[in-house]
Write a protein that binds this ligand. Structure first.
Ligand code: ADP
Ligand code: ADP
Length: 242
């Protein structure tokens, strides 16, 4: 079952509005890929190759210049903020810095239940689910009452993952999500992602510059260079001796 299909995605920065005089950058060129339920697709490539641009288009943080982004059969590429809302829940994001998804002044419980409350879940149900989710991601239940600064970097990333998974997404975009962690903590978080995937059937778009990490977690990979996909295939074949 295909959950995300990116077709002929192009992104050109600059050249419009008040930035007319700046040079244009063709940061994504005819990028296409398909992601099926429960699989992990890696987007790898050197710094500046266009990985984040593709990620930001999928997350709809920026508008693609052209192309289609089919999420569960709906093209979300051209949708306005309002039209996007019903689809937003299906696609969640984990960034390199977990504090991009966590409010430092909110307890873990508040961070975890915010999304479900916005989508109409009752508070008591959301809190019960938050408590369950913490054990799933390997944090003690008493973590609910604590604040992000009371946790280690690896634990904070687990909280950010829990917040994303609370929305029961079909697709999780992990944008350099383990890149800032120590190697041993990296392995633990990768294991957690694989476990969530097995249990919940989430599909993951895994963006990384680290080929070793990509080889560990990805089923398929696309390799980007200067904005274009230069290689694509099974991770075991594309990433030989990472
Ligand atoms: P990666 O994530 O692989 O490091 P990026 O997608 O960040 O690559 O960048 C791809 C290219 O697009 C680079 O040349 C970068 O400088 C350029 N770029 C990225 N973001 C912007 C932006 N907001 N405005 C103009 N150029 C950008
Ligand atoms: P990351 O790799 O963490 O995504 P980037 O270097 O891609 O960071 O981009 C950080 C921010 O700077 C983004 O908002 C991006 O749009 C912007 N940016 C990156 N390259 C350029 C550029 N050449 N011109 C203008 N903005 C850029």
């Amino acid at each position: 079952e295909v959950v995300l299909e990116v077709e002929s995605l192009d992104k050109i920065y600059g050249g419009g509005g008040i930035l007319k005089k700046l040079p244009q950058t063709h940061a994504a060129k005819n990028v296409s890929f398909t992601l099926t339920r429960g699989r992990t697709l890696g987007i790898v490539g050197e710094s500046g190759s266009g990985k984040s641009t593709v990620a930001r288009c999928i997350m709809r943080l920026i508008d693609p210049t052209s192309g289609r982004i089919m999420l569960d059969g709906h093209n979300i590429a051209g949708l306005s903020r309002n039209a996007l809302r019903p689809h937003r829940q299906k696609l969640q994001v984990v960034f390199q810095d977990p504090m991009r998804s966590l409010n430092p002044r909110w307890t873990v419980a508040e961070s975890l239940i915010e999304g479900p409350l916005n989508y109409g879940t009752r508070r008591a149900d959301a809190l019960a689910e938050a408590a369950r989710m913490l054990t799933v991601v390997g944090l003690p239940e008493n973590a609910l009452k604590r604040y992000p600064h009371q946790f280690s970097g690896g634990q904070r990333q687990r909280i950010a993952i829990a917040r994303a998974v609370m929305m029961r997404p079909d697709v999780l975009v992990a944008d350099e999500a383990v890149s800032a962690l120590d190697v041993s903590v990296q392995a633990q978080v990768l294991t957690l992602l694989e476990q969530l995937q097995d249990e919940l059937g989430i599909a993951i778009v895994f963006i990384t510059h680290d080929l070793r990490v990509a080889a560990q977690i990805c089923d398929e990979v696309i390799v980007m260079q200067h904005g274009a996909v230069v290689e694509k295939g099974a991770a075991a074949e594309v990433l030989v001796n990472p």
